[in-house]
Design a protein around this ligand. Structure first.
Ligand SMILES: [Mg+2]
Ligand SMILES: [Zn+2]
Length: 211
């Protein structure tokens, strides 16, 4: 969908808030339960609400990025995802925070798409569509693939050490900028790190080109 040219006020607003925290969904924002379409089973991870409020107060836009391979194709699966999004919104509302957008990779690993983590396609798409500066942004995830996707997109990465990473395959792009035991601790560290986007390397965003 094409949008009309933004007004001056919209431009100013976008310029003030072009930094985001991208959130992995399963295991980071909500508890990692085996795939179920039942929104009643959705539970935020401990401290998620206050953590996101803290980030929101600092002007970070909150965007979920998630691999949903095998679960998201078809009408029922789409509806199930929407139901989970609504449940997340309900759970976060008392904390006064909202997720601005949900981005999903619905492809299987074999499909070789550009958006399944550790590839950075979802982050690039969100950046292009929502006007987000990737070097000023962070991704919080619970696996080293999340960390690699962040770095490939030129974001910084916070890793939550909650036991969901089991392979520990290291690489130069897979070393987190911040490691924390919870989303709340990750949020504090992100806020404490401040804006160092002027130090960010330009090159990583161009690794695989834009789509
Ligand atoms: Mg995860
Ligand atoms: Zn994909």
């Amino acid at each position: 969908m094409r949008h009309a040219q933004p007004t001056t006020a919209e431009r100013a607003r976008a310029a003030r808030r072009e930094h985001a925290v991208f959130l992995d969904k399963d295991g980071t924002l909500i508890e990692n339960v085996p795939y179920s379409p039942d929104p009643a089973l959705v539970a935020l991870t401990p401290g998620a609400g206050p953590a996101l409020r803290c980030l929101g107060e600092r002007g970070f836009r909150l965007i979920v990025v998630s691999n949903q391979a095998g679960g998201a194709n078809g009408w029922f699966a789409e509806r199930a995802l929407r139901a989970v999004e609504l449940r997340i919104a309900e759970l976060l509302a008392p904390c006064g925070v909202a997720i601005e957008a949900f981005y999903y990779c619905v492809h299987s690993e074999e499909a070789g798409c550009s958006c399944r983590t550790p590839r950075p396609g979802l982050l690039r798409r969100a950046s292009a569509e929502l006007g987000i500066a990737l070097p000023a942004s962070w991704l919080v995830g619970d696996t080293l693939d999340d960390v690699e996707a962040a770095h490939r997109a030129g974001c910084r990465a916070a890793l939550i050490m909650n036991g969901n990473e089991t392979g520990w395959r290291y690489g130069t792009l897979r070393v987190p900028d911040v490691a924390a035991l919870s989303l709340e601790e990750a949020a504090s560290q992100i806020v404490a790190a401040g804006d160092t986007s002027h130090l960010a390397a330009e090159g990583t965003d161009e690794l695989e080109g834009r789509h």
